[in-house]
Design a protein around this ligand. Structure first.
Ligand SMILES: Nc1nc2c(ncn2[C@@H]2O[C@H](COP(=O)(O)OP(=O)(O)OP(=O)(O)O)[C@@H](O)[C@H]2O)c(=O)[nH]1
Length: 265
């Protein structure tokens, strides 16, 4: 009960509760190698200051060549589904995933973009305000790894330098023999280190590492948001029911702005 009003919010599904800080895939290409929450973040969550009781959301943009498996990756995590049949993404699509991190509710707005050249104009209008950029490549198609640098450049043209956590994710590891997979991973780790990105190797078909990878995305984005909010002065004036603009994007219903943006191309 708050100000005489009952607060209702649907509980976060139990398999989206992240208590322990999620681990990296490889220490050779990870954004941070600590295994605990930042002490300032932990304290802020414990105190449950008003600004961290409100709904918080960060924008994640998923980019990469066509057919590398972006949609399957998102569908495996969000719906636990895998579709063998290829249906090209037209423009963009998005999912919202709710989490509880260190006791605080938090959501990711995950944008799936089209890899096809002809849809790039529409897709690129959604890059702005990303807190996380996920660049996907196909472990079984080395050219798609070579193109990841260009994807990063394009995604960053719409964002401030240093404002995004970057993940490099190799998909379809189920298609490769162990030795081959290790060889490609070595190249990908070099690329990730070069890009200052965190590398993950996953299979949407089997589900291997998909959940772990998105938990890591959520944890790093969450920590970053809280630290930025604290740096800006804790936003203590914000009430518990407000939507807090913790990322560089928007927390309004994305569908509203989609309609505006789609008319640009
Ligand atoms: N074996 C295997 N196949 C996969 C995996 N991920 C995706 N695929 C297949 O790869 C094809 C392309 O997957 P999508 O997820 O549609 O690719 P996309 O990157 O979203 O493609 P665009 O929408 O055109 O940009 C589909 O036939 C999937 O079934 C995986 O982990 N393993």
């Amino acid at each position: 009960m708050e100000n005489g009003k009952m607060q209702f919010s649907a509980p976060v599904s139990r398999d989206r509760v992240i208590g322990k800080f999620p681990k990296w895939y490889t220490s050779q290409a990870c954004l941070q190698n600590k295994d605990h929450w930042h002490v300032r973040v932990k304290n802020a969550c414990k105190e449950r200051a008003p600004w961290n009781l409100g709904m918080k959301m960060s924008k994640v943009v998923v980019v990469g060549d066509l057919y590398v498996g972006k949609t399957c990756l998102i569908n495996r995590f969000c719906k636990d589904l895998f579709d063998r049949d290829y249906k090209a993404t037209i423009g963009v699509d998005f999912e919202i995933e709710r989490f509880e991190l260190s006791g605080v509710p938090y959501s990711l707005q995950i944008w799936d973009t089209a890899g096809q050249e002809k849809f790039k104009c529409i897709a690129s209008t959604y890059y702005r305000g990303a807190q996380v950029i996920i660049i996907v490549f196909d472990l079984a198609d080395i050219r798609s790894l070579e193109h990841t640098r260009q994807w990063l450049i394009e995604a960053m043209t719409e964002n401030e330098p240093g404002s995004c956590c970057v993940f490099l994710i190799g998909t379809k590891r189920d298609l490769l023999a162990t030795a081959e997979c290790q060889r490609v991973e070595r190249d990908a780790i070099k690329m990730a280190a070069d890009m200052r990105a965190e590398f993950w190797s996953v299979s949407s078909k089997t589900g291997e590492n998909v959940r772990e990878c998105f938990f890591r995305v959520a944890a790093l984005a969450f920590e970053d948001s809280i630290l930025q909010a604290l740096q800006r002065g804790g936003a203590s004036h914000i009430g518990p029911n407000d939507l807090i603009k913790i990322d560089h994007g928007t927390t309004e219903d994305p569908r509203a702005s989609d309609l505006k943006r789609l008319t640009c191309c």
